[in-house]
Ligand binder design. Structure first.
Ligand code: PRP
Length: 181
């Protein structure tokens, strides 16, 4: 990818805001009064999580986890490991995983298995974006923001080489190499 990459808006900030509002309403319906534990997957979910929880007007807990794929890119071995663990007790809790994107599904699938072993009372997944065209393992999504095309996305937490996370809109990179993440 050249250094001349230029983000083009795919979802504007107001569309994102409306979608986060819709998701918050769905989550409120299911979790109000349950004191859920929301687990954000670093780094990409930090902005989504921050906006989402400000719309949830009931007691909840927030934690973060960071996982990493072995090897280079997401087309690697598919082995995933936890690089920064949780501080909260998961056992018996109503856990909602908050992701920025489900792509191959390898990360989310690993994470859901990892959390399931900790015996939560319930375990669900909320993702702002879903790229089903790239799926390698099946993942069940409970709360979905946008279904996205097979393009390289940046902004609103999503990065390319750690850059562009700070863009307020979700963008595609103009100069992209298809299939490379
Ligand atoms: C992204 C995203 C998901 C994962 C999804 O994280 O936040 O966790 O990729 O991809 P998959 O479905 O193909 O496994 P990434 O590894 O880019 O790290 P980041 O959140 O720190 O940018």
């Amino acid at each position: 990818m050249s250094s001349q990459v230029k983000p083009q808006i795919l979802f504007r900030r107001d569309e994102i805001e409306a979608t986060v509002k819709r998701l918050a309403a769905e989550i409120r319906e299911d979790y109000h009064g349950k004191y859920p534990l929301l687990i954000g997957v670093l780094k990409g979910s930090f902005m989504f999580m921050a906006d989402l929880i400000r719309l949830l007007d009931f007691p909840l807990e927030v934690d973060f986890i960071q996982v990493s794929s072995y090897g280079r890119g997401r087309l690697s071995s598919g082995r995933v490991r936890v690089v920064q663990g949780l501080h909260s007790e998961v056992r018996g809790r109503d856990v909602l995983v908050v992701e920025d994107i489900v792509d191959t599904g390898l990360t989310t699938s690993f994470l859901l298995d990892y959390l399931r072993k900790k015996k939560p009372a319930s375990l669900r997944l909320c993702t702002l974006t879903d790229k089903p065209s790239r799926r390698q393992v099946s993942v069940s999504i409970d709360y979905l923001g946008f279904t996205v095309p097979d393009r390289f996305l940046v902004g609103y937490g999503l990065d390319w080489n750690q850059k562009f996370r700070n863009l307020p809109d979700i963008c595609v990179l103009e100069d992209e190499e298809p299939g490379v993440v």
